[in-house]
Design a protein around this ligand. Structure first.
Ligand SMILES: [Zn+2]
Length: 242
């Protein structure tokens, strides 16, 4: 088994540690390498198990990894929620999704029957994504519901209806019947950027194009619209969802 040996003259005892699926041995400088080898052999089963556990982090895309709640490896925050990177933790139980904004974590709680599945199986990954998508949709629906009326009144522009759905390559849309649609992946963006998207779509009720007049109207109601567009551009690689 591969391991990293770190010796220290100040150390009095040997410690075995598994971090990032790697074995680290911390030892006093007087300890012989043969003794360390013996210790590794004695603890081999435990070490192999820990390494395997930590390798179970699933990479869904270059910027999106999952972590199981019993794994000791803390994964990199990878899923953007409200404009901030969050860790995604998988647990088993009765709830569905638990968002902890202070800890910047999203716990996806799977039905305990998924315990019998391989953690990286297609069935489990599909279920995890579905639960996150469902939660995204509910959050964005509630946010648009609360804020669309406020902006509509301020701007004196009223949509005939709105819906929240999945889009691959757009944040929102407006059709000639005055119906607005919003992407549920907006949950990844900070609310001030979502506000820009709402204002942008409302402005299309007056100008069905991206003319100078359109952008003047956007600027009038959303002076920070360029920062919002820039935020999305800058974070584009982190906003992928396959
Ligand atoms: Zn537009």
């Amino acid at each position: 088994m591969d391991y990293q040996l770190i010796r220290s003259s100040r150390r009095k005892t040997i410690a075995l540690q598994v971090s990032n699926a790697q074995v680290i041995v911390r030892a006093p400088s007087f300890v012989k390498t043969a003794y360390v080898e013996q210790l590794i052999q004695a603890k081999l089963q435990w070490l192999q198990q820990k390494v395997a556990e930590q390798k179970e982090n699933i990479v869904l895309s270059p910027h999106f990894t999952l972590q199981f709640s019993d794994a000791s490896l803390a994964n990199e925050p990878s899923l953007y929620i409200d404009g901030l990177p969050h860790r995604v933790i998988i647990d088993f139980g009765q709830k569905n999704v638990i968002h902890n904004p202070l800890a910047q974590s999203l716990t996806v709680v799977l039905n305990p029957r998924y315990k019998s599945y391989a953690l990286n199986s297609a069935a489990v990954i599909t279920k995890i994504k579905a639960q996150i998508e469902c939660w995204f949709k509910a959050c964005v629906e509630a946010y648009i519901e609360d804020n669309l009326t406020v902006f509509s009144q301020q701007m004196s522009l009223h949509a005939s209806s709105f819906k929240v759905r999945k889009y691959k390559a757009r944040w929102g849309s407006c059709n000639s019947r005055g119906e607005l649609s919003f992407n549920y992946l907006l949950k990844m963006l900070p609310t001030w950027v979502i506000d820009y998207v709402i204002i942008h779509e409302l402005c299309h009720l007056e100008h069905m194009n991206h003319s100078t007049n359109f952008w003047q109207l956007v600027a009038q109601h959303c002076p920070e619209y360029q920062s919002a567009k820039h935020w999305v551009q800058k974070h584009q690689p982190y906003l992928q969802w396959s």
